[in-house]
Write a protein that binds this ligand. Structure first.
Ligand SMILES: Cc1cc2nc3c(=O)[nH]c(=O)nc-3n(C[C@H](O)[C@H](O)[C@H](O)COP(=O)(O)O)c2cc1C
Length: 154
């Protein structure tokens, strides 16, 4: 089975808890996972023969949290070409902002620029609708697993 890299960006900790929960759920499915701390990410170029899952909240006005912003900027500036990379995205946001889940949308645009391919539609979790984003994310992992299996990339 492929290895899975789980990375997260957070301000108040919800995205971290969500990332920890999905990391556990993916490991339970039999995948080998690495849960990266945002501080460890500088210099990390996602290996293209492994899967990438980004869990990220939005701050400011559609902005990327400060903890993961250096990695985002590094990827943007270095622009590694990653045509074989399959990525998945979970965004945490609040639909009372016009820039709902703006950070995960920025990640989506960045990975498309780098040539990477989304494994399935991103999940956007709305704080107006749930206080427990990790539960929605854990349910979504079933779709993620289906996509991995049907794309035959496991
Ligand atoms: C100061 C501030 C600014 C925010 N800006 C946005 C935003 O632009 N778009 C959005 O969708 N959510 C926004 N949010 C909502 C957070 O993304 C949401 O509450 C999320 O669950 C927080 O996750 P975290 O604990 O991982 O940081 C904002 C929240 C705060 C407190």
């Amino acid at each position: 089975m492929k290895k899975v890299n789980v990375v997260f960006g957070t301000v108040y900790g919800s995205a971290q808890y969500t990332a920890e929960t999905v990391n556990g759920a993916i490991a339970k499915l039999g995948f080998t996972t690495t849960l990266w701390q945002p501080t460890e990410l500088l210099g990390f170029v996602p290996p293209q023969d492994e899967l990438l899952l980004v869990v990220c909240s939005t701050t400011g006005q559609g902005d990327i949290p400060e903890d993961i912003a250096p990695w985002f900027n590094e990827l943007k500036n270095n622009a590694p070409y990653l045509p074989s990379l399959k990525y998945s995205l979970i965004g945490l946001g609040d639909s009372s902002y016009e820039t709902f889940c703006g950070a995960i949308k920025q990640f989506d645009e960045l990975f498309i620029e780098l040539g990477a391919k989304p494994l399935l539609d991103k999940l956007e979790i709305d704080a107006c609708e749930t206080m427990e984003p990790e539960i929605e994310a854990k349910t979504w992992i079933a779709s993620w697993h289906n996509a991995v299996t049907s794309a035959n990339v496991a």
